[in-house]
Design a protein around this ligand. Structure first.
Ligand code: CA
Length: 230
């Protein structure tokens, strides 16, 4: 059975350290996997996305910073904590510039690491409950949508539609995707294209207030995309 539960990926080439981290994190209840090189880490990430990555900068087959680029392409919001030796200060800076969320200088106390992990996981959890596209803000727990501070009066379906489109982060949704993911209809017996088009056009009217640029774009022959610029 494929394990899809969130785990912490420890990218570390020092076996004694990775073993200690693995043991310590498992003991407090985190699922963990260890990668000793850039290649190992890439293989794991390609199959299952971790919930958080602890990333050593100096790895035998490359720099942790390069791996960070790959991670950011695959999962822009995935929390990454860089761990680095004091002598690798420039690496640390380049890591932060490339979008790491936090860093720890070795040697660090395990309790300190745990605290940082908790902060990052909590933050990631919150991010999933809030979506932002341009000046459009979606609050999932309260199911409210505001654009530039203006509260939008949406039907439940329109809200679901917006949430789904926002999670695609600028990728196009086809009508088939919307039918399946928003309307939860799998049957292909009847086309829902008209229903979907009507909802999209109504939603677009509600989204775009006076003087506001369009956020919901039609990609001719393909589908729809929610983003600032078409
Ligand atoms: Ca190292």
């Amino acid at each position: 059975m494929k394990d899809t539960s969130p785990f912490i990926l420890i990218v570390e080439d020092d076996p004694a350290l990775s073993e200690a981290l693995h043991g310590g994190l498992m003991e407090v209840g985190y699922g963990c996997r260890v990668a000793g090189s850039v290649k190992d880490a890439e293989e794991i990430i390609a199959v299952n996305l971790p919930g958080l990555i602890l990333l050593d900068m100096g790895l035998p087959d490359g720099e942790g910073a390069e791996l960070l680029d790959t991670i950011r392409k695959a999962a822009p919001a995935l929390p990454v904590i860089i761990t680095t030796a004091r002598s690798e200060l420039t690496d640390r800076l380049s890591g932060l510039e490339r979008g790491a969320d936090d860093y720890l200088v070795k040697p660090y106390a395990f309790e300190e690491l745990l605290a940082r992990i908790r902060i990052q996981l909590r933050h990631a959890q919150r991010t999933r409950l809030q979506q932002q596209v341009g000046d459009l803000h979606l609050d999932l727990p309260s199911r409210t949508a505001t654009r530039g501070g203006r509260l939008l009066d949406l039907t439940p379906r329109e809200f679901d539609l917006l949430v789904y489109l926002s999670t695609l982060q600028g990728d196009v949704a086809t009508r088939e995707m919307l039918q399946h993911e928003v309307w939860k209809v799998n049957s292909t017996m009847t086309s829902m294209d008209n229903v979907i088009d009507v909802h999209i056009s109504r939603l677009r009217q509600k989204l775009d207030g006076e003087g506001q640029s369009s956020l919901l774009h039609t990609v001719r022959g393909v589908g729809f995309v929610l983003k600032e610029k078409p």
